[in-house]
Write a protein that binds this ligand. Structure first.
Ligand code: 13P
Length: 261
């Protein structure tokens, strides 16, 4: 079995300008250093807004921080007349390693559907970025279809039709748990993550399923992170609100310490 390194991701959403970004990234890196965080046991990735990326990249480079960088979205196209959109080529040039695709807020407020999510996933692969494909059901879908039907369907749609399936990450974020303080139980999260892995295995083989990191997201805090990561089916977390507080996010990244308690 492949050893999947836990993936701790902070999605800042539309928060923090590039100057505020410097302060947060510095505090986060210093806090992790103070606590002797070993990045080989948990990868830590920040996803700032586009306008912060260059600043954060320069800071990470200059200070040799071990944090990794991701963007919150990319265009399905590589260049051209797409006003306001951002090419994966630009993100790759900024040394972004990861890109969020199909976050529920993009699906909801920008009408992104499964075929666009698939096309954006292809764009990420073309530019050597690792897509973090976000999936999850609304409260209504939970009630009508159960917990795993929608995330499994969205996962398979995003992964369909690629010539080569490069490494990717799946983030299971139940829409009803995002920013609401309503958290899925560790068992609920683990069950859906396991169903997603089984579906990947059935469609793309055991090797891909085994190597893929599947995250939980939705009201994760330092106080509840250990419960999610206790399960072999959950390989990390995608954190919104709590990633805007350096100490809190550092506490999440150091979840292994909570597990040891
Ligand atoms: P919260 O952690 O604020 O619930 O947000 C989760 C999320 O949407 C991360 O992408």
């Amino acid at each position: 079995m492949t050893k999947r390194i836990p993936f701790i991701a902070g999605n800042w959403k539309m928060n923090l300008d590039h100057q505020q970004a410097i302060a947060l990234v510095q505090k986060l890196a210093w806090s992790l250093k103070d606590h002797n965080h070993d990045y080989s046991t948990a990868e830590v990735v920040v996803f700032p807004p586009f306008t912060d990326l260059r600043t954060v990249q320069t800071l990470i480079d200059a200070e040799k921080f071990e944090l990794k960088l991701g963007a919150q979205d990319l265009s399905a196209h590589d260049s051209g007349a797409y006003t306001g959109d951002i090419s994966g080529a630009f993100l790759a040039k900024l040394d972004a390693n990861f890109v969020l695709i199909g976050h529920s807020e993009r699906r909801q407020y920008h009408s992104e559907d499964d075929s666009l999510v698939q096309a954006k996933t292809a764009a990420a692969f073309r530019h050597g970025l690792t897509p973090v494909i976000c999936v999850g059901e609304t409260l209504e879908e939970l009630e009508t279809e159960g917990a795993s039907a929608v995330p499994v369907r969205q996962t398979l749609a995003a992964l369909a039709g690629h010539e080569v399936l490069l490494p990717f990450v799946i983030a299971y974020e139940p829409v009803w748990a995002i920013g609401t303080g309503k958290v899925a139980t560790a068992e609920e999260a683990a069950t859906v993550c396991r169903k997603i892995r089984e579906a990947i295995e059935a469609e793309h083989g055991a090797g891909v399923a085994d190597a893929t990191r599947i995250l939980y997201g939705g009201s994760v805090k330092a106080a509840n992170v250990a419960g999610f990561l206790n399960s072999a089916d959950v390989d990390g977390v995608l954190v919104g609100g709590a990633s805007l507080d350096a100490e809190e996010f550092s506490g999440i990244a150091r979840f292994q310490k909570h597990l040891a308690l």
